[in-house]
Design a protein around this ligand. Structure first.
Ligand code: 13P
Ligand code: SF4
Length: 347
């Protein structure tokens, strides 16, 4: 009976996105997840990139990185299941140390988080003493612990401007740094790893960046946009700020995953090209049946794709995979993350 209710709900949303046979199987799994969630007094947070059947069945909250961090800090349940990647689950643990935080897939990493270490940040701080350090939330806890504040794609410019200083270290996403530099009117420089290297100290305001890249967003090109516009002249193009500045320039809009969701909801155009993880295009299509989503699904985030409804059930059933952050690191990372969730987007 409950399965039927979930199935009907999924059908209503996803009939034109996911085949009925799969929806029926997913409804059965979702029923088990909901029962386990109640039994364990758990809350489920899910990123906008989750597969449609998961996204529309079991989460208590869905959203972008900033929204989910705020929810993680505020929710009262004892167990928090994070349907997203490891750095997101770690951020939840940093904010809510007394809770059991579960990540449904053991690996679920992120190329940006893997691009920088805490030692890299310590070296940069030694090279640029006194310069505030902003790190993207897509980093691991020990890197956050070395930072003054974290940011997400939705509040990066506001976080940089919150210091009121001429120079800010901004790590590790090269493209987000370039896009944020343009938004805040700063020059950008990239130090080499050689400690004796010289930097352009003549510049009076600058972002000091790092060469991390998102393995998904770095693949979108201006040519992709031009091809789409040739075939679909009225298409609106949306690009996540982890895309290159050239791609962001060629797009009609750039914003966090939730900002893109809201853009489609509120814009009258009939057709959109969504340059981000493909599953989010499915989720937006489900919400906007009168609008058409074009997406480049040959480019997927292998990490986000590790999280399924079945894995979520196993996470609750077997209490896995428990996220731990050493307390000394957590306390230092907490300051940076707490400050991040207090800063809203600029507009
Ligand atoms: P958002 O903060 O915009 O949700 O982005 C997270 C992410 O990992 C994008 O690839
Ligand atoms: Fe990391 Fe890119 Fe995947 Fe987002 S899409 S989790 S930035 S690898």
């Amino acid at each position: 009976m409950i399965t039927e209710t979930i199935y009907s709900k999924l059908q209503e949303k996803l009939a034109h996105v996911v085949p009925a046979v799969e929806l029926r199987q997913k409804a059965e799994v979702a029923e088990e997840v909901l029962a386990l969630k109640a039994e364990r007094n758990a809350v489920i947070l899910a990123h906008n990139y989750m597969e449609p059947a998961l996204f529309y069945s079991v989460p208590d909250y869905v959203g972008d990185s900033l929204e989910l961090s705020r929810k993680a800090a505020a929710c009262e349940q004892e167990v928090l299941v994070f349907c997203g990647v490891r750095f997101m689950a770690e951020t939840a643990k940093i904010l809510s140390p007394a809770k059991t935080v579960l990540l449904p897939a053991k690996k679920a990493g992120c190329s940006l988080a893997a691009s920088i270490t805490a030692e890299d940040v310590r070296q940069l701080k030694a090279q640029f003493p006194g310069v505030p350090v902003v790190t993207y939330v897509n980093t691991y806890a020990d890197v956050k612990a070395e930072s003054d504040v974290c940011c997400t794609s939705s509040n990066a410019a506001a976080v940089v401007e919150s210091f009121g200083t001429d120079t800010v270290i901004f790590l590790p996403d090269e493209y987000l740094a370039r896009n944020t530099a343009r938004e805040t009117g700063k020059h950008i420089i990239f130090p080499t790893r050689r400690p004796q290297a010289r930097y352009d100290t003549e510049l009076d305001y600058q972002l000091i960046g790092w060469h991390g890249r998102c393995e998904v967003h770095e693949q979108f090109t201006v040519e992709d946009i031009e091809n789409a516009r040739r075939q679909f002249p009225a298409v609106r193009v949306l690009a996540h700020p982890e895309c290159s500045p050239e791609v962001v320039d060629a797009a009609d809009y750039s914003g966090s995953t939730t900002a893109m969701v809201n853009y489609v909801k509120n814009h009258p155009a009939a057709q959109y090209l969504i340059l981000t993880e493909c599953a989010m295009g499915d989720n937006i299509a489900a919400e906007n049946p009168d609008k058409e989503m074009l997406r480049l699904c040959s480019i997927r985030c292998p990490h986000m794709n590790e999280i399924t409804l079945e894995d979520t059930r196993e996470a609750l059933r077997r209490n896995r995979y428990v996220i731990e952050v050493p307390e000394d690191i957590r306390q230092r990372a907490y300051r940076a993350v707490k400050r991040m969730i207090e800063i809203n987007a600029k507009d």
